[in-house]
Design a binder for this molecule. Sequence first.
Ligand code: IVH
Length: 682
Amino acid sequence: MPRQPSPTKRAEELRDAIRRHNDLYFGKDSPEISDAEYDELVRELRALEAEHPGIAGDSLLDLPGAASSTTFAPVVHAVPMTSLDNAMDEAELGAWGERVAKGLEGEVARYVCELKIDGLAVSIRYENGVFVQAATRGDGRTGEDVTANVATIASLPTTLTGAPAVLEVRGEVYMPVAAFEKFRADRETENAERAAAGRAPLAVPVNPRNAGAGSLRQKDASVTAARELSLWCYQLGEVIGGPDFSSHHETLEWMGSLGFPVNPEIRTVDTLTEVAEFCASARERRGDLGYEIDGAVVKVDDLAQRGRLGFTSRAPRWAIAFKFPPEEKTTLLRDIQVSIGRTGRATPFALLEPVFVGGSTVSMATLHNRDQVALKDVRPGDTVVVRKAGDVIPEVVGPVLSKRPKKCAPWVFPETCPCPNQSVLVKADDEADTRCVEPSCPFQRDQRIVHFASRGAMDIEGLGDKTVFALSDAALVADAGDLYSLTVEHLLALDGFAEVSAQNLVASIAASRSRPLPKLLVALGIKHLGPAAGEALAGHFGTLDAIAAADSEALSSVEGVGGVIAASITDWFTRAENIGIIDKLRSAGVDFGVVVTSDLPQNLVGRAIVVTGSLEGYSREEAEAAIKSRGGKSPGSVSAKTYAVVVGAEPGASKLTKAEQLGIPVLDEKGFEHLLATGALP
Ligand code: IVH
């Protein structure tokens, strides 16, 4: 069984992950994980911090979002914009109800149920009835000034009659689904035109939330204006000189009477059973609203009761967000086909009647492998349930058996590869995957080229799968080595290429010749060789030729390169077709790395020395170079194989903890100098 990390270490990993995802979500509007997965990280950290009070680190969980980006002027919120705690199911909703009842010492509460709009929170300020400022939530205390952008929202009143001296209204800016679909379609048309003109494509938004957030945070507000954003208001911020209210529902009615858009789907109820009914009904209708919601928000109605319940360090005790599980839709399964990957893996996928689910239109979904199709028993012609796994990747949940047509035969995995060679597909008994094992399969070959050009490999801009297929169909490339012989004339003969786009692609292929060795190693598509092993091998051997010449033993002696990777590398370099590619790459002048030479004593050969924190006499690069030029290695993490850890100011806590746990010598800068000079520990 794998060892469990210590609570301190796990908490640190979780904080790192949460910070990173905060930045992706709030700072860059490009989340990599679903809200549900993010919430899970936060919950785990909270549970750890509650269980081990000693490890509560910084106040990360007090912050609902990311720190403000520097692009817009900062706005300090007069009243902080807190986040909400989540309930994932009815039991958690019930537990919140009990906490409320306890906090109110048994006094009965009424609840206001609202939709949880999936957009971007803003605080909109009016002074003497005039709209003066709008800000994003940012980190809850300081947001960004998006006044000019919010001013473009048609439903926002610019002047109010009968308004108090200061009025802050809070709500959610969102992009309606229809506006999103239009925006997406326009983007795709624009990108086709840009491609023909040789210009880089613009980002195509993945869902209305990201499209809305991206549109709001535009430097040029006329861009925002063209995007048709909308707003629902749901809360008051700072109010000076306004009427006295005793309940939240009165504040909503008042906002409505002043002309603010307040969502019509709001209910004030007396019991948690009614709250649960509201949540269930909202979930059922979520696909028909015309805007995206990701749950319901339940708030205690009585403002005096709210005052007594107060806030935790991060959220009000008087409100809770009830989060929906991923949205599901039904659609027609038109067909099941098989795609061939670069290693020959045959992956069945569903071709669907396009359906809008989880924030975007889905027309294809992976079915993973033969067993999964059999298990789900989905058949072409079936009506199937579709959802987004982790809110991102479309997934076929299963068939709706009551809607199965009479003549609907079970799907049979094809026996041959869909490529023109039609080689036999093979499934080993102990493997879940079915494969095309014919190395000359043109579909595999094309995918190997696509992989070679991809972002994590040689990063050839403008060389996506469609272009690779076109080049391959025109017999212009048979492997990655052929890319470097392509000319503008070759490309002009293909559909979709104009002079500029052809020149650009030839230039980006040429530019890829100087990619660093670890990228080239990944690009070659050697089984099991990923970026970490690529870095380790390049750091140790210096050149592709040295790696090709090394035997399995030498390769596996490198930290981070196990026997399986080593065997796969030696096998790869024995194959004639691969040697052919290497020769073409060499002739094309692709950078194969440099031999590391040094006059210094090679007193650290085979030793891994980790550097953490900042040293006075060396930058991080200089310290690592000093180790490597003496034959040593300087990996980024501590393991049992680490010889010593050099610690400067503000070291990484996880590295230190790990060194302590494993009993690895820890050196200060003086100790490091001794080690460099003598090859021995002080
Ligand atoms: S009330 C102190 N009401 O959900 C109360 N928030 O996960 C603050 N949201 O930051 C929020 N619909 O961006 C509230 N009807 C609604 C909402 C709503 C969406 C967002 C808002 C908030 C986040 C919390």
